[in-house]
Design a protein around this ligand. Structure first.
Ligand code: ADP
Ligand code: MG
Length: 552
């Protein structure tokens, strides 16, 4: 078959580009089967899509590497990286990850068999087929890369095992959090700072201060491979991170944001883990809000708008942040991560002198400091909050961590000595909304209906969804994943105009438990399934979204 493919390609040399289409189908190679799934129409069109499968007997990976789904995901992630490296500089494109280890469409290991999905730019001289070059790519480079990257015998066994062990320790640590009453864990020795604002690699050298847990928050976890690991446990409740500017507060919070994902060995954050239901909250001026109940935060507006059923095409800093909080809880978040750097000050604090000057009945906003404890009491929502600029939160914090030259100290007692009593307003029931599927599906049509722009935006049919405020999106492939998740919610009838968004996300999560293929509907590209919280956040930012029903 491989020889037949070579002959076919050489025979096409110089013919019209359209003849490439005759390659569509399956081709048996020595050690794998290649499927040509979609052939690009011309050299300038998006690349052609291929997949290949290496049977378990040829791949030769030990069952200990794939019988457990967590390890199979890790192995698949590693193999995509190795295949991408082996094919670097060729016309093939394999979607491999960065510092996070994600399930992705590019590679899957099932019962020991390896499936790789990838793209190729079929070569042309103008609009004519470059048959020799195509034969070299498909019949020489590709088989060589498969042999050197997708087989156990070609990879250092120790490295493969360490990769899987790292991921399974991280998953085990995350799974222990809830039963230990923790929302996050940061192992001693973790390296949190990154090399630069544009590099996600760890900071190296003597300037990088490794993490060391402060005494009262020190806990030990027992992990399947690393054994006993000590570090800082962030308890449920309200945790304040304070300290002078540039002392590492935001760096710690960013690491917690990403702790919902697993990291590659050597990242420095392999054992920084955060509960899966943790969501970063921020202000986002100008965003759309559709029928969200923000009345806990915003009372009577000068415009007279009803804040229990609030909609706007152009939210302010404070209303956008209030909406983000309520929407996150609606979608199932039970841990909120908040950084003073990206919040609306007027939603966070109001000091005593301002309260003395502006009469309460002229101030529609209830600051978060008065709501964070009620949110915990009535909805079980914890909060990790970076706040170096105001001591108001001392009144409500369960624990206070001071960062001093990147080193954490527990200063809860000292902060409590400075605290004042504070009356809590009750936090009302969170509104559950049933989105109108018609307002979503109408947007999802068109040929290139789903396309990502980095992690900044999702082109969704005729509209574009601004994702810049979704700080827990870490991989460009999650963005088409968001588009596919939104489409799946509608196409499968999960969103039917009656079912709430949270219930629809439950249905999709159950399907995704089977793996990323649950989102695949013949999409001609790579994707990684997003978290439910990001799917909800993307939907909430769809400018055409309409909510059919709101209930409590
Ligand atoms: P803050 O939010 O307290 O103002 P940042 O988290 O933004 O501070 O950190 C300020 C700078 O210090 C950043 O350049 C960051 O990379 C660096 N930094 C943070 N933590 C560490 C650390 N543990 N070791 C070395 N540098 C660090
Ligand atoms: Mg900061």
């Amino acid at each position: 078959d491989a020889e037949r493919l070579r002959a076919a390609l050489l025979g096409m040399d110089g013919s019209g580009y359209g003849r490439y289409r005759s390659l569509t189908g399956r081709w048996r190679f020595d050690g794998f089967e290649l499927a040509v799934e979609h052939v690009q129409a011309d050299p300038y069109a998006p690349p052609s899509r291929l997949s290949l499968e290496v049977p378990a007997s040829v791949a030769g990976f030990d069952a200990g590497l794939w019988r457990d789904p967590v390890r199979a995901r890790a192995l698949a992630d590693l193999l995509a990286r190795r295949a991408a490296e082996a094919l670097a500089g060729s016309r093939f494109r394999v979607d491999a990850g960065g510092q996070e280890v994600l399930a992705r469409s590019a590679c899957a290991v099932r019962e020991g068999a390896v499936r790789l999905r990838f793209a190729v730019e079929l070569p042309g001289h103008g609009r004519r087929i470059a048959g020799r070059e195509a034969a070299r790519q498909l019949c020489e480079l590709l088989p060589a890369a498969v042999a050197s990257s997708l087989r156990a015998q070609a990879l250092p066994a120790e490295e493969v095992r360490a990769f899987a062990d790292t991921v399974s320790d991280s998953v085990a640590a995350r799974e222990q959090l809830a039963e230990r009453g923790l929302v996050a864990f940061v192992a001693d020795g973790s390296v949190l700072p990154r090399r630069s604002g544009v590099s996600d690699l760890p900071l190296t050298g003597p300037g990088a201060v490794p993490f060391a847990a402060p005494e009262p928050l020190r806990v030990e976890l027992e992990l399947p491979h690393r054994g006993r690991v000590a570090g800082m446990g962030v308890p449920e409740g309200i945790t304040l991170i304070v300290g002078g500017g540039f002392h590492g507060k935001s760096t710690l919070l960013h690491a917690l944001e990403r702790g919902v994902y697993d990291h590659v060995p050597g990242d420095g954050r392999e054992l920084v883990v955060t509960r899966a239901d943790a969501v970063k909250i921020r202000a986002e001026e100008g965003r759309r809000v559709e029928r969200t109940d923000i009345s806990a935060f915003v009372g009577e507006l000068p415009s007279g708008a009803d804040t229990r059923d609030f909609r706007t095409d152009n939210a302010s800093g404070s209303t956008s942040q209030a909406a983000a909080i309520v929407e996150a809880v609606e979608a199932g978040a039970r841990v909120l991560l908040v950084d003073e750097d990206t919040t609306a000050t007027n939603l966070m604090i109001r000091d005593a002198r301002m309260q003395a000057l502006v009469a309460p009945d002229r101030e529609p906003l209830t600051p978060f400091v008065d709501l964070v404890r009620p949110l915990r009491r009535s909805h079980g929502v914890s909060c990790v909050l970076v706040m170096g600029a105001s001591g108001d939160y001392f009144d409500v914090a369960d624990q206070v961590v001071l960062l001093d030259a990147y080193r954490p100290h527990d200063v809860t007692a000292a902060a409590r000595a400075l605290a004042a009593p504070r009356d809590d307003a009750p936090f009302p029931a969170v509104a559950h909304r049933a989105p109108d599927p018609g307002s979503i599906s109408a947007q999802a049509r068109g040929r290139r209906r789903i396309k990502g722009r980095g992690t900044d935006a999702l082109v969704f049919g005729e509209t574009e969804i601004d994702l810049r405020a979704l700080e827990q999106l870490v991989d460009p492939s999650q963005v088409p994943g968001l588009g596919l998740a939104l489409t799946a919610l509608v196409r499968r009838g999960h969103l039917d105009g009656h079912r709430t968004l949270a219930a629809a996300l439950d249905l999709l999560d159950a399907e995704l438990a089977e793996g990323p293929d649950a989102l695949d509907d013949g999409y001609l590209g790579d994707f990684a399934p997003p978290r439910r919280h990001d799917t909800a956040a993307a939907l909430n930012r769809l400018r055409t979204l309409r909510v059919a029903r709101q209930s409590r």
